[in-house]
Ligand binder design. Structure first.
Ligand code: UGA
Length: 429
């Protein structure tokens, strides 16, 4: 089918590329001409495993193209996906101005029947608003349908998640666009849930909030583990084997971050408030998450006593493994707190150093993870990159003036680290 994706961020670019990969004819639109030029020149604005080769392959096959013209995108396709940012406003609610602008632009360019599908994470009722806006701004008297198709991909695993989704959610107001949506997703062999638009929009916020809740739950359990000498990983394994609970998203940490969970939690709390419900459960999820970072910083403070003038190595800057994304990264937050206490930092991340540089200054960026500990008083692990498990521990212990390792991601075995001579402090163990 002929598809247009408006917005080439994590969701838009990966979605467009995966649609092309399964044989659709895809136009990706972005108003940022520089980004379009970069993509046209074979460059990649984000790091996502497997994405660059997939883009190159589909561009070469003539199935994937890029433009900054919404009009061109609308003219060339039957189905238009909106995948533009929905950033937070200062009060926690969602800024829908990009969605509204794109809806107006689509309306202005429509000359025949189109299906307009929202993929961005939006508050419940947005589909209704998009439909009203298109109706208002469309000069040509053409028919159209709106649909909601929330995206559940995780950064760092985006291609994998898109090619093999657990489920595809499609929200519609009438049966007319259903056949087209089913045809688009048929090659992905996933169950397709067809529902109303409001339910589809709620599914996305409810799912993200539930995953954040799961992390805060295990982080709260980690406090009890620390108070009793229990091990949070053992507890998570024991809980997770119950298939009603599941083991995933039960990894205790210094807290969740990124451009989705913190923003979506605030938005969902705000949406609930506007609908007359005080979602205190989710407020507590936020509080536990903030406390988790406070507790980790306190652990470092309690062990080091005075941080002023201490040299600390930090492994990890991205908000999670497999990405160069540093937005709302707990690792960056931690660095800022340590700098504020007067510590001197040597930092490393396998992919995120370039994106970190503008927001994290006054630190030494180190290219090799095995050199970070050189001359430091302690080492901190802040991101769950799997390669950190391959750290040369013998060398690291010798490089450190004191063999202290704070592990905010529970990457190593407590007993083994102690046998190697480390003062090893992790989460909930
Ligand atoms: C999240 C959801 O997992 C996706 O399904 C959703 O599509 C996406 O938000 C979105 O709304 O766009 P993402 O933010 O890319 O995906 O990353 P996650 O893998 O969910 O991790 C989020 C944060 O939680 C990271 O900081 C991670 O380190 C942390 N985390 C995750 C934990 O602390 N413990 C865990 O057990 C799992």
């Amino acid at each position: 089918m002929k598809l247009t994706i408006i917005g080439t961020g994590y969701v838009g670019l990966v979605t467009g590329t995966c649609f092309a990969e399964v044989g659709h004819q895809v136009v990706c639109v972005d108003r940022d001409q520089q980004k379009v030029d970069l993509l046209l020149a074979g460059g990649m604005p984000i790091y996502e495993p497997g994405l660059d080769e997939m883009v190159a392959r589909n561009v070469a096959a003539g199935r994937l193209s890029f433009t900054s013209s919404t009009r061109e995108g609308v003219e060339k396709s039957d189905v238009i996906f909106i995948a533009v940012p929905t950033p937070p406003l200062p009060d926690g609610s969602v800024d829908l101005s990009f969605i509204e602008l794109v809806a107006r632009e689509i309306a202005g360019a429509m000359t025949s029947y189109k299906i307009i599908v929202d993929k961005s994470t939006v508050p419940v009722n947005t589909g209704e608003r998009v439909a009203e806006t298109i109706k208002r701004y469309c000069k040509a008297k053409v028919e159209f349908d709106v649909a909601s198709n929330p995206e559940f991909l995780r950064e760092g695993f985006a291609v994998e998640d898109l090619m093999r989704p657990d489920r595809v959610v499609v929200g519609v107001r009438s049966p007319r666009p259903v056949a087209a949506m089913k045809e688009i997703y048929a090659p992905f062999n996933a169950p397709i849930i067809v529902t109303d638009i409001n339910s589809a929009e709620l599914i996305k916020h409810a799912a993200n909030s539930f995953l954040a809740l799961k992390i805060s739950y295990i982080n709260a359990i980690s406090i009890l583990c620390e108070a009793t000498g229990a091990n949070v990983q053992e507890v998570a394994n024991g809980m997770g084997m119950d298939i009603r609970i599941g083991r995933r998203f039960l990894d205790a940490s210094l807290g969740f971050g990124g451009s989705c969970f913190p923003k979506d939690l605030s938005a969902f709390i705000k949406i609930s408030e506007q609908l007359g419900y005080d979602f205190r459960l989710l407020k507590e999820v936020q509080t536990i998450n903030a406390n988790q970072m406070d507790r980790f910083v306190k652990k470092i403070n309690d062990t080091m006593w005075v941080l002023k003038g201490k040299r600390i190595g930090v492994l990890g800057l991205a908000f999670k493994q497999n990405t160069d994304d540093v937005r709302m990264s707990p690792a960056i937050d931690l660095c800022h707190r340590l700098l504020h206490e007067g510590a001197i930092l040597r930092v490393h991340d396998p992919k995120a150093m370039e994106k970190a540089k503008p927001i994290l200054q006054g630190v030494t960026y180190v290219d090799d993870m095995n050199d970070v500990a050189e001359g430091c008083d302690a080492l901190v692990i802040a991101t769950e990159w799997p390669q950190f498990k391959q750290l040369d521990l013998e060398k690291t212990r010798k490089c450190l003036t004191h063999p202290i390792l704070f592990d905010g991601r529970n990457l190593f075995d407590v007993k083994e680290m102690e046998e190697l001579g480390f003062i090893y402090k992790s989460i909930g163990r």
